[in-house]
Design a binder for this molecule. Structure first.
Ligand code: TYD
Length: 202
């Protein structure tokens, strides 16, 4: 049996990654894998408390980045690594690429600072595969407008999301072996067909 994998889902708010993630995890289970679905910020009791603060209270970008990585440390040590060690696949709704995209791209924090945090918190530990759901911001915004309440990030303006999208695409260029670009502007059915093809190869 092949080794349990750590797979992350990324993309701007409104890209539809959460819907695809639920389906993807179920498809892996149908292929006989034990799968743990988790999310960031969050994934542990402390991480979920930090999520609540991060999504609702304004703060300096440095604080935001530090809290994201603090929650991540707990998540990796308490949840992700133990699951992988017992042979359980881990599918996470966001991980460090989101910090590079949102705090780096969106809020303009220096990438070197984020790299230092990344190195401190999870040095050589990286996802085996990252699926980046990419789409034009106006399409993502239309999808988001259906939500009744928007969190602190979702309330940001289009130019913020353009920068987040750009930073994600840069990250993809930098890590082409790990990050796979998915055209999220397609219909959910078409995205699903692409994911089905991918699952067979895992
Ligand atoms: P999100 O996955 O969008 O939650 P939901 O689908 O329930 O709205 O995540 C919440 C927000 O957190 C999202 O807007 C992006 C932001 N975020 C960062 O800014 N940096 C990070 O490192 C992470 C993990 C998330």
């Amino acid at each position: 049996m092949n080794k349990a994998k750590f797979i992350t889902f990324e993309g701007v708010d409104g890209a539809g990654k959460s819907t695809h993630l639920a389906w993807f995890a179920e498809a892996l289970r149908k292929r006989g894998k034990e799968v743990l679905v988790t999310r960031e910020p969050g994934g542990t009791p402390l991480g979920e408390c930090l999520r609540d603060i991060l999504l609702n209270q304004s703060m300096y970008v440095e604080t935001e980045a530090l809290l994201m990585f603090a929650a991540r440390f707990e998540h990796i040590e308490q949840v992700i690594k133990p699951a992988l060690e017992r042979g359980t696949w881990v599918v996470s709704d966001r991980f460090s690429d989101a910090s590079f995209a949102y705090q780096g791209g969106g809020r303009g924090m220096k990438l070197e600072k984020l790299e230092q945090l990344e190195c401190w918190v999870h040095e050589s530990f990286q996802p085996d595969l990252t699926l980046l759901f990419d789409l034009p911001i106006e399409v993502a915004r239309q999808r988001l407008s259906k939500n009744i309440t928007l969190d602190r990030f979702e309330q940001e303006r289009d130019c913020f999301f353009e920068k987040v999208r750009h930073a994600y695409l840069e990250r993809c260029k930098k890590h082409p072996d790990r990050i796979m670009l998915i055209d999220a502007a397609q219909t959910p059915e078409k995205v699903k067909v692409n994911l089905e093809k991918l699952i067979i190869l895992l």
